[in-house]
Design a protein around this ligand. Structure first.
Ligand SMILES: *Cc1c(COP(=O)(O)O)cnc(C)c1O
Length: 309
């Protein structure tokens, strides 16, 4: 079965404030790529799924937390392709399942809960072999979906961006997305990553290494900013929630607090600080992840039971 991704729209964000700053800010709407398999997780899965099929696998195994965008996307994609899928989930089983895990189960994913000690060993050869013992032969997709095939899928975003721009911005977790963007740009423009995790100085060398393994080039037209993690992964700060709500009111685009909200907050703050020259063209990548809003029912009640069908 062919896996096609139609290009996502590129929209300009308009406000008096942006006009006054002399900045043209665009948003690449990868949140609209697919109703369920949103954003960068779909891009990262694409060539892994093709590879799994080419190698004749009928089972995928992957890893993630109980609110993981990657678990959600993998379950939906496996269902579309008719593949079996096992999700190794961090932590003990808790009922009721999170909306993310309910969605995964509904799409046929079999859940394997791994306590913290087990989950820590998840990338070791011994552990991966033990999964073969339990589930048979399978195609391995690492947690977060980052591997070299993920970079191929992400780099296709660049083919969809026509015209000149000075900066391309993305949220960063494992670093696969920023690596794919830099690889696709082949030295053009400047790529700014915004880390969702607290000061993680192993990320930049890791991204450099991924890019080199992928295309045998060393590009240094990228940097990762660690100033907008808001206390760390998936932490909730009122200032960030306010920003996401105001952004929705002014620009009509929904963000979420784990990745895209932090990135956009960072971009706005850098604009305010005069980091970008007047006249700069900036593209912000909306990497999706809106299903994760189900984890914050107090702030985003309309997403309490997941994405609307
Ligand atoms: C996973 C994810 C990211 C981070 O991507 P990496 O390739 O892990 O750096 C950014 N945004 C969203 C919405 C995500 O789900």
């Amino acid at each position: 079965m062919a896996i096609e991704i139609a290009p996502s729209p590129l929209q300009i964000l308009k406000s008096e404030w942006l006009e006054k700053q002399g900045i043209a800010l665009y948003i690449k709407r990868d949140d609209l790529l697919h109703p369920q398999v949103q954003g960068n997780k779909w891009r990262k899965l694409k060539y892994n799924l093709i590879q799994a099929q080419e190698e004749g696998h009928d089972t995928l195994i992957t890893f993630g937390g109980p609110f993981s965008n990657h678990i959600y996307a993998t379950a939906a994609a496996a269902k579309v392709l008719g593949l079996k899928c096992i999700g190794v989930i961090r932590g003990d089983k808790e009922l009721p399942l999170t909306p993310t895990l309910q969605f995964a189960v509904k799409h046929g994913m079999q859940l394997h809960f791994a306590d913290r000690a087990e989950y820590k060993t998840k990338d070791s050869v011994e552990y991966l072999n033990s999964l073969t013992g339990q589930y048979g032969e399978y195609y391995y997709i690492p947690g977060g979906g980052t591997n070299l095939l993920a970079l191929t899928g992400v780099s296709e975003i660049i083919d969809e961006l026509h015209g000149d721009f000075d900066y391309l911005c993305t949220g960063c977790g494992t670093g696969g997305t920023i690596a794919g963007l830099v690889a696709g740009l082949k030295g053009r423009a400047q790529v700014l990553g915004f880390s969702a995790l607290k000061g993680n100085d192993t990320l930049t060398p890791y991204v450099t290494q991924l890019i080199t393994e992928y295309c045998d080039e060393e590009y240094n037209n990228f940097s990762i900013n660690f100033n907008y993690h808001f206390g760390g992964y998936a932490k909730i700060v009122p200032q960030l929630i306010d920003f996401i709500q105001k952004f929705k009111e002014v620009y009509g685009v929904q963000l979420e607090p784990v990745y895209t909200g932090k990135m956009m907050y960072g971009i706005f703050d850098l604009i305010e600080q005069g980091y970008f020259k007047k006249g700069s063209n900036i593209i912000a990548l909306h990497t999706g992840g809106l299903q994760g809003l189900s984890g914050y029912p107090d702030y985003f009640p309309e997403f309490e039971s997941g994405l609307p069908d």
